[in-house]
Design a protein around this ligand. Structure first.
Ligand code: TRP
Length: 337
């Protein structure tokens, strides 16, 4: 059968609430491609969110709904991929516990994101056991589904590397239960936020998938363009100096893009008009996303239902894996001699 022969992909996102264009081009477009080629598991890492947000745990359920709505609106398809919430599949906790027994603390302390995040999120006390163990839980998420490929951003590479080490150690100590997964780095188009820094919710420089057309217009009108072109009569250099141009590149048709570059260089097209055109292009791009979002929102039980079905499917796989895991851990094998 075709589906059983397909390789498996697993990826997850912490529930950060509403998503922006950066998530769409950086992650979700990639997931959309993968769901056609692989057997995909996409899940919401709500326990991972708890490692840094345990004081505001009550915010997490709302953020899950919001985020999954965005996933579906952009075209992540529950008919193709299994979409679920981590904490709905308790087996992740059991596997994480078992993996924690064989993971040296030194591996976790060496993890670059551990110290980095502790420094960046100084207002939070992250000297917890759960935060240190973050990559162990992530390893459990991945190998539970015997994933071959894990699409992630560069920031997550150390975690996938740790997963590989923990997997090898499990296979060595007990039995060859798990394939060693490979990270899958996607090519990500450059998408700066409104102020030129990386688009990020915490910078307040994002265009959200849930923004209205007027919000998009307003936000884009504030975008930084070419700082060396204060007046329309100054010739611009869009390719090298204009921040907004990175968006033009994504949303305008090739021919129009060439015209714009020429007009900007000739000081014929002003930034205000140029950004208006960009805003309309972004709006047409987002229009189908908004339509799907509205349809889904009009049906309040829909997301819950999809997540429940996803959890049921994920749990079937997780249960089967855990039977093998328990048998490998608790029974004597050739390896233990
Ligand atoms: N740590 C990932 C992030 O912050 C989320 C995550 C949890 C994940 N488990 C995963 C990603 C397993 C890929 C595979 O983005």
């Amino acid at each position: 059968m075709e589906s059983t022969a397909k390789k498996r992909v697993l990826s997850g996102m912490r529930p950060s609430g509403k998503l922006h264009l950066g998530h769409l081009h950086g992650v979700l477009e990639n997931w959309k491609r993968l769901q056609n080629e692989y057997q995909c598991y996409f899940f919401v890492a709500d326990w991972h969110a708890l490692t840094t947000n345990y004081e505001h745990s009550y915010e997490i359920p709302e953020n899950i709904e919001e985020m999954v709505l965005d996933w579906l609106a952009v075209g992540i398809d529950p008919g193709k991929a299994t979409i679920f919430v981590q904490s709905d599949v308790m087996e992740h906790a059991e596997l994480s516990l078992l993996l924690s027994m064989i993971t040296p603390v030194s591996w976790l302390e060496r993890n670059p994101t551990y110290k980095e995040q502790q420094q960046q999120l100084r207002e939070k006390d992250l000297a917890t056991y759960g935060f240190l163990g973050y990559p162990v839980l992530q390893a459990a998420d991945i190998i539970m589904y015997k994933a071959h490929k894990v699409p992630v951003g560069v920031d997550q590479l150390p975690h996938v590397e740790l997963t590989r080490e923990i997997t090898r150690r499990f296979n060595y100590l007990y039995r060859d239960v798990f394939p060693v997964p490979d990270p899958l780095l996607a090519e990500v188009p450059k998408l700066p936020g409104l102020d030129g820094r990386k688009m990020s919710k915490s910078y307040g420089n994002s265009i959200f998938l849930s923004d209205t057309p007027d919000e998009v217009r307003k936000k884009i009108s504030t975008m930084v363009t070419d700082v060396e072109r204060p007046r329309k009569s100054d010739p611009g250099d869009p390719e090298n100096r204009c921040i907004a141009y990175n968006l033009h590149r994504l949303y305008l048709p090739e021919e129009r893009l060439e015209e714009i570059v020429a007009e900007c260089r000739a000081a014929a097209l002003g930034c205000v008009a140029c950004k208006k055109e960009l805003a309309e292009a972004v709006i047409s791009f987002l229009d189908p996303v908004w339509k799907r979002r509205d349809q889904l929102s009009a049906d309040p039980g829909r997301i819950g239902h999809i997540l429940q079905q996803g959890a049921d499917r994920a749990r079937d796989v997780a249960r089967a894996t855990m039977e093998q895991v328990r048998s490998a851990v608790w029974t004597r094998s050739a390896r233990s001699e």
